[in-house]
Design a protein around this ligand. Structure first.
Ligand code: HH2
Length: 288
């Protein structure tokens, strides 16, 4: 699955060179590994570990050394499991400012994991090259405009305010992603710049998260690259009880199966182990 490079036929558009890294990665024909960098005090699995800028930059460097293809930098916990503490723009930027420019120099594209258009715009100005919106362009009405203006790739993720065990989760995901794609089209975001994500753990019961991975292939009908972020999520605990930092085995199992089911990108806190697992899975698949 590949995103074609944008041509330089439109020199007026901002950031014509910025979509190439993702397009190149997706053209490699192997799963792409996105390493998570949470510059937060309260992320569900690693809150507080990388709030200090030097620790954050060191961790980013380590992940690149371990084989991360993309670094996903976030400064507001998305809190997939409730207790959301909303972080004001100024605070999100105060966390990102000392980290982003250095991380953007590490040689892999940086995505900005934010729900705020103003943060996305500032992060793109500071060197980020991809926007990762866990509300799929449906929360901040200015988000789609920022993505369109900068002509950068965007990860559109499914989300819900609350889980409802009674709904058909795949139908809900498809409907939501369809709405996001309509917003993207109206705003002038090129389809080739869009990655879709069913949002493991977000507004889903553990069973629904498992369904989203098991039936991921249904989302291939959109004809767009798919991303899965199963890393350390709660559905693992439901099947095999373990605290978030003891869920590596479950995360790897989920990501390997997600790739088999069509994921082009996996988002992980544990880059070295995930890269190794994906390589071994690929070697076995090809019978070598
Ligand atoms: N999951 C989290 C955050 N951002 N983005 C995408 N596209 N897909 C995901 O599954 C996803 C995401 C949650 O994980 P984490 O960043 O570790 O937690 P927190 O949001 O608490 O910082």
């Amino acid at each position: 699955m590949s995103l074609p490079d944008q041509t330089l036929s439109n020199p007026a558009s901002v950031g014509t060179d910025t979509i190439r890294p993702l397009a190149r990665l997706l053209a490699l024909g192997r799963p792409i590994v996105m390493g998570v960098l949470n510059v937060t005090p309260d992320s569900f699995s690693d809150g507080g570990r990388f709030l200090d800028p030097s620790r954050a930059i060191e961790h980013a460097r380590r992940m690149v050394g371990e084989g991360a293809d993309i670094l996903d930098v976030g400064a507001e916990s998305t809190r997939p499991y409730g207790d959301a503490v909303s972080v004001p723009f100024e605070e999100e930027m105060r966390r990102l400012d000392p980290v982003l420019p250095a991380v953007a120099e590490l040689g892999v594209p940086v995505s900005i994991d934010t729900m705020k258009a103003k943060v996305a715009a500032a992060a793109l100005a500071a060197g980020a090259r991809i926007v990762n919106d866990v509300w799929g362009l449906q929360r901040d009405p200015a988000m789609a405009g920022v993505v369109a203006e900068h002509a950068v790739p965007v990860v559109i993720m499914h989300n819900r305010a609350a889980a409802d065990p009674a709904i058909d989760i795949m139908a809900d995901i498809k409907e939501f992603l369809g709405r996001s794609l309509a917003i993207a089209a109206r705003s002038g975001i090129a389809r080739k710049n869009i990655v879709l994500d069913p949002g493991i753990g977000f507004g889903k019961t553990p069973e629904q998260s498992i369904t989203a991975i098991a039936r991921l292939a249904e989302l291939k009908a959109f004809g767009l690259p798919l991303l899965i972020g199963a890393s350390r999520k709660r559905f693992i605990d439901k099947v095999s009880p373990a605290l978030p930092n003891r869920r590596l085995g479950g995360s790897i199992a989920a990501h390997v199966i997600a790739v088999d089911n069509g994921a082009a990108i996996v988002r992980t806190h544990d880059v070295a182990e995930t890269v190794q697992a994906l390589k071994i899975a690929a070697a076995i698949r090809s019978g070598q």
